[in-house]
Unconditional design. Structure first.
Length: 130
C-alpha cells in the first residue's frame, strides 16, 4: 500500500479481472502469492485481498484464510496522495474480523538511518494537508 513501486518488476505478473480490479502474482524463490487488487473510479487502490496468508490457531497450527486490507480517505501528504486510513482484516467462517486499524498522520521520506547516518536525496517530514 505504501510502496507501489514494489508492484512492478519481473517477479510480479498482472491479469485484468474487470474494469476496477486486477489479479497479481508475486513469485520469489519458488513461492507464489496471488492477490486481487481493487481500484476506485480515480484509479486509486481501495482494497487488497489474498487467500495466501496463514492465520495461527490456538493449537499452534496455521490455516489459510482470506486476508484483506481496505483503505480509504485519500488525501495529500505534501506531494504524495495516499490513503489516510486502512484496516487489516481476516475473513473468518463467522464473518470478517478487523484486527488492525491504521490512520496515516504523517509521512516521512528518505529518513536518515540511525545506524549508518546515511540518507536519500531529500529528508524531512511531509505534513498532512488539512
Amino acid at each position: 500500500m505504501l510502496a507501489p513501486g514494489t508492484l512492478v518488476g519481473p517477479d510480479i505478473t498482472w491479469e485484468p479481472v474487470d474494469g476496477s480490479s486486477a489479479r497479481t502474482r508475486f513469485t520469489h524463490r519458488g513461492h507464489t502469492i496471488t492477490a486481487t487488487l481493487f481500484f476506485d473510479t480515480h484509479g486509486r487502490l481501495v482494497n487488497f485481498e489474498s487467500d495466501d496468508r496463514a492465520r495461527s490457531l490456538p493449537d499452534g497450527s496455521f490455516t489459510k484464510l482470506r486476508f484483506s486490507t481496505p483503505v480509504r480517505d485519500y488525501r495529500d501528504f505534501g506531494p504524495l496522495h495516499l490513503a489516510g486510513y486502512g484496516e487489516a482484516r481476516w475473513r473468518l467462517p463467522e464473518g470478517e474480523f478487523t484486527y488492525g486499524e491504521f490512520t496515516m498522520m504523517d509521512v516521512v521520506t528518505n529518513v536518515r538511518s540511525t545506524m549508518t547516518g546515511r540518507r536519500g536525496a531529500s529528508e524531512g517530514t511531509i505534513p498532512a494537508s488539512r
